[in-house]
Design a protein around this ligand. Structure first.
Ligand SMILES: [Zn+2]
Ligand SMILES: [Zn+2]
Length: 261
């Protein structure tokens, strides 16, 4: 029996920095032999937060309609689910909660893309890594990850060790392990995000040692390519499965925000 694989992290052009229609992503998934996909485009946030990188609130219905149209077009061939990649940024929780409660979603990723006002995964601001102490960057970042886990708003945390994106690796790792304790305690999963293999760090999120630490804590992994183009759908899933299974981890996915697998 072949494993029913889902790619549960992909975007649409509504975020302003992705190409390809939902139908094209779905076709790419079908061609890659996947059983299903879950769209998780960058969700609307309060107007003051990171507006150029996400759909506006008044585009949310268009997003839902475009994904649901792909669901219909691929019925019986590929399961198409509807989710969101939310941001966790202190002060925005009530707005996020409002969007999540206004509609039904299959799966919601909680991601941290900002430490304070610094968009640390934006190549434009990479010089800031040299202006700060790397250990304190990671401590601050994982405190935010714990905050995200504690909101109860999300099913999984996005790209766990994202600050390594440009090659700035965590010098100690204790804050990460503490965050994983909180993730396990709150029953969340991790987005196993293969986009890291396409970035300067050349490593998936999470790193192999954190994959092991998460598996040891019973945390499940949701496979995601973080595709911003249809050609990226299902990218390096064989390598992802190997990294997860090598440490006894398990793959899960979500439908109606209920975990499977
Ligand atoms: Zn994006
Ligand atoms: Zn992200």
């Amino acid at each position: 029996m072949t494993l029913a694989l889902f790619d549960s992290h992909m975007h649409t052009p509504l975020c302003g920095h992705a190409a390809g229609t939902p139908t094209e992503y779905a076709q790419a998934a079908l061609d890659a032999g996947l059983s299903g996909v879950c769209f998780t485009d960058h969700m609307p946030m309060p107007a003051w937060y990171d507006a150029p990188w996400r759909m506006r609130l008044d585009q949310l219905q268009e997003y839902r309609d475009s994904v649901l149209a792909a669901r219909e077009a691929f019925a019986g061939r590929l399961e198409v689910r509807l989710g969101l990649e939310a941001d966790y940024h202190p002060g925005t929780e009530r707005f996020v909660e409002g969007v999540l409660e206004a509609h039904t979603w299959d799966y919601v990723i909680g991601s941290v893309h900002y430490i304070g006002a610094w968009g640390f995964d934006n190549p434009e601001f990479v010089a800031e890594y040299d202006a700060r102490d790397l250990g304190s960057i990671y401590r601050h970042y994982y405190t935010l990850i714990e905050g995200a886990a504690r909101t109860g708003l999300f099913d999984a945390l996005g790209h766990l060790d994202l600050p390594k994106k440009f090659g700035h690796r965590d010098p100690d790792g204790y804050a990460a392990l503490h965050a994983l304790d909180v993730v396990a305690e709150r029953g969340l999963s991790l987005d196993f995000n293969t986009a890291g293999w396409r970035k300067p760090v050349r490593e998936a999120y999470p790193a192999p040692d954190l994959t092991r630490a998460a598996a040891d804590r019973g945390i499940g992994f949701v496979l995601g390519s973080d595709a911003h183009r249809p050609q990226e759908v299902g990218s390096r899933f064989t390598d992802a499965l190997k990294q997860i299974h090598d440490v006894g981890g398990r793959v899960v996915n979500y439908a109606g925000r209920v975990r499977h697998g």
